[in-house]
Design a binder for this molecule. Structure first.
Ligand code: SF4
Length: 422
């Protein structure tokens, strides 16, 4: 372990819940690219990593949630362990992520846990920088914990922040569209590097999603990464199956999808892809282009099917669009994953209707999330699998468990799940 000037730290999140997340955090890999170009020595430490190849299910973590509550309250041996490892690099500065700002839809970190790490490191005279959509959207709660907060997306200002020890809140600047994430400084060294982004942002108005709040605050439209940069990024990845984690990949106009398909062909890049889509952003033409791009799986934000659920989620989609989107994909042999959301509506009938509808639709997997992170409430213990949040909604846990019964033992995003009978 070499000494470095900066550690880019992804604190434990799933590890506090008994599981893990081995994916290299995209935002930190972009910051790593800026530091590398500036000649600043650094390590990207994903403290949520373990060597395990199996995963606890969300249901198991829901059932065993107390250690996470302790972690948010600042308790747990992982605080000591992780700081000991960070300090082994003898850094002068640590950038601490409290949730992945580029993919704020994903449960990737907790801002209160990140703040505890910052306080510990500051007591050891380390300069700390916070990065998270929570720190941008709910700044007053966290600004005392860090020396500096980088607002918005990860961006080029990190170099000045580190060199000049810039204090306080640094106003957001967009991430450049010609930066290839740096994969070379990862610790541990064998993290999964299959998350690639070809665009940033989303301006749909889904009420449950922090992305719409973040990009409204940043006042940014969807921005597309330069095609050559996307290709260079894909070429550096060892994985043959890539998850393009754009917030809505099919928001891209057909011309852009065509350009990506042509560029893949011209460079001989033979990878397959999973993408995220909305049911109202899928036409026959788009579906054909997905086939040309070698997209093998599409994850659709269905969330719920009744009028009340769709209204509460402000999804602005219709049942007929769900059926059409799933049909277009199945006809082309593309696997379909349908996200479901619990919260906002307490009538069990809405969930039962959704459950039986999805059962008939027969998607390949059904990720289930509890509507979390209403920043106007006490969201400290929120995760997308929090029993505390489900209780706050007043929804019986049997509703959640019935949704979870729609899942198979293999989660195509994280991998094989452990068998467990409670
Ligand atoms: S489409 Fe809706 S759920 Fe998806 S990222 Fe955009 S705002 Fe969030």
């Amino acid at each position: 372990m070499d000494e470095v000037d900066v550690v880019l730290l992804n604190p434990p999140f799933f590890r506090f819940c008994g599981s893990h997340n081995n994916r290299l955090p995209p935002s930190l890999s972009y910051l790593s690219a800026y530091l590398e170009a500036a000649g600043i020595s650094h390590a990207l430490y994903n403290a949520d990593y373990t060597e395990s190849k199996r995963f606890w299910s969300m249901k198991w973590m829901f059932d065993n949630f107390d250690p996470f509550i302790d972690a948010v309250d600042g308790k747990g041996s992982l605080y000591g362990e992780v700081v000991e490892i960070v300090q082994s690099f003898r850094p002068k500065a640590v950038v601490i992520m409290g949730g992945e700002p580029l993919i704020a839809t994903k449960d990737w970190g907790n801002p209160f846990i990140a703040a505890h790490y910052a306080r510990m490191l500051r007591r050891m005279n380390v300069f700390t920088v916070g990065l998270s959509h929570f720190f941008t959207l709910d700044r007053s709660k966290f600004e005392d914990a860090f020396d500096c907060i980088m607002g918005g997306e990860p961006n080029a200002q990190i170099v000045d922040i580190i060199r000049k020890r810039v204090p306080g809140y640094v106003s957001p600047q967009p991430l450049d569209l010609n930066v290839v994430p740096n994969l070379k400084r990862q610790f541990p060294t064998d993290q999964d590097t299959d998350f690639v982004m070809t665009s940033f942002g989303c301006r749909f108005p889904c009420s449950f999603c922090l992305v719409q709040q973040l990009y409204r605050e940043l006042d940014q439209r969807v921005r597309f990464v330069e095609t050559d940069t996307v290709m260079r990024d894909l070429q550096q990845r060892s994985e043959s199956e890539i998850y393009l984690t754009d917030l809505t990949f099919t928001f891209a106009p057909p011309k852009r999808l065509r350009e990506l398909a042509d560029a893949l062909g011209a460079r001989g890049i033979q990878k397959s892809f999973t993408v995220e889509a909305r049911v109202d952003c899928l036409t026959e033409r788009t579906a054909d282009l997905l086939t040309e791009l070698n997209v093998r799986c599409v994850k659709l934000g269905v969330e719920g099917i009744t009028k009340d659920l769709l209204r509460a989620f402000n999804k602005r989609t219709k049942l007929a669009q769900i059926e059409r989107a799933v049909g277009l994909l199945k006809e082309r042999g593309i696997a379909v994953v349908t996200y479901l959301l619990i919260g906002g509506v307490t009538s069990e009938e809405d969930y039962e209707l959704t459950r039986s509808y999805i059962e008939k639709l027969a998607p390949d997997f059904v990720p289930v999330a509890i509507w979390s992170y209403d920043l106007t409430t006490d969201y400290r213990y929120d995760t997308q699998f929090s029993p505390t949040r489900l209780n706050a909604w007043g929804i019986d846990r049997s509703v959640y468990f019935k949704y979870m019964d729609l899942q198979s033992e293999m989660n195509p995003t994280v991998g094989k799940m452990l068998d467990y009978v409670s």
